[in-house]
Structures are given as structure tokens and as C-alpha cells.
Design a protein around this ligand. Structure first.
Ligand code: PLP
Length: 407
């Protein structure tokens, strides 16, 4: 008898974004004449930087000739890309990460989920609330939690992120083994200072825990005081794995390229307490189960680090950050307390009402789609997330409508 993974039955019925699309579809069906502006799902809207397109074209042409054709590539990524990442994203910031500690992949979503294969079934996992839902759901699928009750799964240690702690969680009051952190944060747009990250690194060291640090939005950091990588913090090389993505950095959501850093010094432990390097384990997992990112896409990604690519990606992110600034200042002007939108593409708005009700009100009265904070966890209740990924025209039109409806 073929048995199923019954952990899937524990997953809460409606995934946030499918519920949003259902409500938007229903509304549009009833009001086909209304123009809905989507500031909900965090997908990019602007085309790829020209430097990436040029590099991709050139690489495609190489595939057309016997002398330059490439078949299977190294699963961990081509050296040209791993070296460009090590030099530009880490060495340039004083962070010590070697090229062979970088594993190129097709997404931070898959990597944050797949990394769990390296760990034992029974772990105490600290999960921020609100949170990017992938960390939660993939642990549920893997059987690391009990059932859900009142929006929380049994077995997790939830780290409340609130207005009071600036949406940077406090250290847990009980020992935990695995810690998820994400800065700049999705959904709150909050960032963490060096001192705040140092406290987490010290905690992980003291508890033999591991930090999974998601830095998918690091390119949006403009405040020079803020760290971009956890490896800018002393000691992090021993206790942290970092996830990065070109999805938002360079508009690669449809193109697919990301990477994970597993330092050679980071370890997990056997039942007997013997340390085991996670680098070798992840290398084994990656080479056994992943075929690598295609050559043209890796060449397009390498171009992100060329002089023209750097200028173009900076301009792309500046464009979204200007959208974010417009949204942020409008909401502040309307009297709302907001977080994010300065070093992040997300604006987290305290609406002091049920977030789904506020979502429905904005959809019906202003035809604007946002994301209800409650969909990211219990602490997201009373908030909505607004995304800056859109055209300037749409953002300006949306703010005009917000002014009318919320004043
Ligand atoms: N991590 C966070 C916090 C995200 O918000 C997202 C995408 O929205 C991802 C990871 C996924 O990145 P990728 O497109 O590389 O899978």
C-alpha cells in the first residue's frame, strides 16, 4: 500500500496568496470595468538589466557552436559566477566567504526548504511571527511540527515581532536548535543592526544552534550602517548559513538564479555531540539532487557584477525604493504608523483593524490589492503589507485612491 505523507494534512487550508487571488478574481468578475492595482504579491515588474540580457544572448550563441557548447555544468555553479559573488558580495564588505562556499541554485525558496534535509527530524525550531510562509510550511511538510491550533503549529518556538521590538525578535527564553532570520524582512520591511545580529550569533554559539539567514532583499539596504550579510558579524561563519537571491536584486523572478553560502566552518552535531561540517553534507545533497543553473542564466547573473550591470541593477532597485518612499510617505501623511519602505521594498502598515477586513475594504473601495498581515502569522493581525514592485504610474494612481478612501 502506498502511504502518503500525512503531515501535508496539517497544512492550513488556504495558502495566503491563493486566497488573495480568489478574492480579487471574485471582485473583478463582479466589477469588470474597474482597474485593480496589485500591490500584493512581491513580484518584480521591470525588465532585466540590459547587461544581463546581452550576456544571456552571447551565452545562447555559444551553445550554438560545437567549440563553445556546454553540457552538464558543475552543480555548485560555474567558477566565474562563484568568484564574482565572493569578490563583490562578501570580500568587498569585509566578509570572509570563499568561492567554494557558495552554491548557485535556482531559488532561495527551494534552498531554504531543502536545507532541512541536513538536519535531524526532531529539532526545536525558532520561527519569527510574522514570517515568510515557506519556512513554516516546509517544516510542517517535513513532520517537524504538531497540528495547527489558532493559527500556530505545535512544536515551533514562535518569536514575536511587534511594534515594541521594532519587528526584530528578542532572543528565545528556552534553548532552540534552528533559527530562521530574514533581514531586510519580508513582510515587515524591518532591518537588523550589527548589534542585534551579533546577539543572535552569540546566542547560536552558546546553544550550539544554527541560524538560517535569509538575505533575499539585501540589495535594498541603503543605510551604510546596516549589515548586508550575517558574515559581516564576527563569529557568524561558525553558526550561520545565508540565502541570497537575484529575484529581487536584478529582476530574476522569472529567470531564476540564487545562491546559498555554507561556510566550511559551520557544523551540526551527531547524537553523541560530535561536530559534522555542513558544507560537505550540502555539497553532497546539491550534487546528488540538483543539476545546476543553466549556463546562459549563470552568464546573465555574472553580468550583474560587471560595471554596467552594477549601475543598472542599482538603478532598478532605486526605482522600486522611490516607489516605496512614495507609499511610505503617503501612509505617514494619512496618519498611519509604518515600518519598512526605506531599506526594503515592503511597507508594513499598522491599520489597527482586522487585516482581512482592511484588505477587503481597500479592494472594494480603492481597487487596490495589498497583503493582509494576518496571513504571515498571528502577530501580523492588524497590519497590511504593501509592495513597491510596480510601475510609477500605478503607484501614483494607487496613492491618489488611498488618499481619497483613507483620509
Ligand atoms: N526569501 C524571502 C524572504 C522571500 O520573500 C522570497 C520571495 O518572495 C524568497 C526567499 C524567494 O526567493 P527566490 O525567488 O530566489 O526563490
Amino acid at each position: 500500500m502506498i502511504r502518503v505523507n500525512e503531515n501535508y494534512a496539517k497544512l492550513q487550508a488556504s495558502y495566503l496568496f491563493s486566497e488573495i487571488s480568489k478574492r480579487v478574481k471574485t471582485y473583478q468578475g463582479e466589477h469588470p470595468d474597474k482597474k485593480v492595482i496589485r500591490l500584493g504579491i512581491g513580484d518584480v515588474t521591470e525588465p532585466l538589466p540590459p547587461a544581463c540580457i546581452e550576456a544571456m544572448h552571447k551565452a545562447v550563441d555559444e551553445m550554438a557552436s560545437r567549440s563553445t557548447f556546454r553540457g552538464y555544468g558543475p552543480e555548485q555553479g560555474y567558477d566565474f559566477l562563484r568568484e564574482a559573488i565572493a569578490a563583490n558580495d562578501f570580500a568587498a564588505r569585509g566578509a570572509n566567504v570563499a568561492a567554494d562556499e557558495i552554491f548557485v541554485s535556482d531559488g532561495a525558496k527551494c534552498d531554504t526548504a531543502n536545507i532541512q534535509e541536513l538536519f535531524a527530524d526532531k529539532l526545536t525550531i525558532a520561527i519569527p511571527d510574522p514570517v515568510y510562509p515557506v519556512y513554516v510550511d516546509t517544516n510542517v511538510m517535513a513532520g517537524r511540527t504538531g497540528k495547527s491550533s489558532k493559527g500556530r503549529y505545535k512544536g515551533f518556538v514562535y518569536l514575536d515581532c511587534t511594534q515594541e521590538n521594532g519587528f526584530v525578535p528578542d532572543l528565545p527564553t528556552q534553548p532552540v536548535d534552528l533559527i530562521y532570520l530574514c533581514f531586510p524582512n519580508n513582510p515587515t520591511g524591518a532591518t537588523a543592526t550589527r548589534a542585534q545580529l551579533k546577539a543572535w550569533v552569540d546566542y547560536a554559539k552558546a546553544n550550539k544552534a544554527l541560524i538560517l539567514f535569509d538575505a533575499a532583499y539585501e540589495a535594498f539596504i541603503r543605510n551604510p550602517e546596516l549589515p548586508h550579510s550575517i558574515y559581516e558579524i564576527e563569529g557568524a561563519r561558525d553558526v550561520a548559513i545565508e540565502f541570497r537571491s537575484f529575484s529581487k536584486t536584478a529582476g530574476f523572478t522569472g529567470t531564476r538564479c540564487a545562491f546559498t553560502v555554507v561556510p566550511k566552518s559551520v557544523v551540526g552535531y551527531t547524537k553523541k555531540g560530535e561536530p559534522v561540517p555542513l558544507h560537505a553534507m550540502w555539497n553532497r545533497r546539491h550534487t546528488t539532487k540538483f543539476n545546476g543553473v543553466s549556463y546562459p542564466i549563470q552568464r546573465a547573473t555574472e553580468a550583474v557584477y560587471s560595471p554596467a550591470g552594477k549601475e543598472q541593477t542599482k538603478a532598478l532597485i532605486d526605482f522600486y525604493l522611490q516607489n516605496a518612499a512614495i507609499i511610505r510617505s503617503t501612509l505617514i501623511e494619512l496618519g498611519y504608523t509604518v515600518t519598512g519602505g526605506d531599506n526594503s521594498p515592503y511597507i508594513w502598515v499598522n491599520v489597527q483593524k482586522d487585516s482581512w477586513k482592511f484588505f477587503d475594504m481597500l479592494l472594494k473601495r480603492a481597487q487596490i490589492v495589498t497583503t493582509p498581515g494576518a496571513g504571515f502569522g498571528r502577530c501580523g493581525q492588524g497590519y497590511i503589507r504593501i509592495s513597491a514592485f510596480n510601475s510609477r504610474e500605478n503607484v501614483e494612481e494607487a496613492m491618489k485612491r488611498l488618499r481619497k478612501v483613507l483620509k
